[in-house]
Design a protein. Sequence first.
Length: 273
Amino acid sequence: MRKGMAWATVLLILPPWAMGQNPTQTLAAPPTRAAAPAPTEKITLEDAIRLALQHNHALEAMRTTILQSQALETTANLRPNPVLSWDAQFLPIFEPSKFTSDYIDSTAQFDLGVGYTFERGKKRQHRLQAAKDVTAQTRYQVNDSERQLTFNVAQQFIGALLAQSTLEFAEQDLQSFQNTVDISEARYKAGDMSEGDLLKIKLQLLQFQTDVSSARLAKIQAIAALRQLVGYESVPEQFDVAGDLEYQPVHAGLDELKAEALRSRPDLQAAQR
């Protein structure tokens, strides 16, 4: 863009005969990059949320903590095993000549015992209940993570729709101004416009091209962020979003919103426990 502006400044200073070319060709359009391949798949908001709940790696890792807590419940409910113990004393290990049946009967000593721990005060039941409470809390945390992920996916999906709409408007503005440039060139050839005015109009075309490039980059970034939330393996590299940016009013009172928050927010349900 800097090179284009520099050439435009030079062209405004030098007369057409000094450059040896047609004045209408002084500002050549910058080379356009190859168009990106068309998206092979479009997903809706419902599809994005469903794929995120199924393939999000962070959520999958957090779900495994429920299984870990359930395994701890099994461990907490175990009864202690009986203990079998035995020992021997006064064995003539360093004097094998004394190792006779009479010595074993009269001098050697052997002890054998069985022990078992009886838990009192419902210790095992309380230990099991504590483990179940940890499992319930972990399940609430996973549910709350699902709720937050759903919100983030919906927010990012709407952001991608907004980026797509901004890109479409930028392309329409560029096409509209390109028509203005074409009309100005026709007027210049007909002698109805000066060369300086034509160059100024062409120079303004760079701003519209910049807006299109910025909007296209913003959409690519929004799509990449959405793909990170739904899982890279769940959607192809080239995909797009499908939906409308429509305002849907919500009619609810303060008490209704509070009751709905208590019903749908797992973090508040865990705090009430």
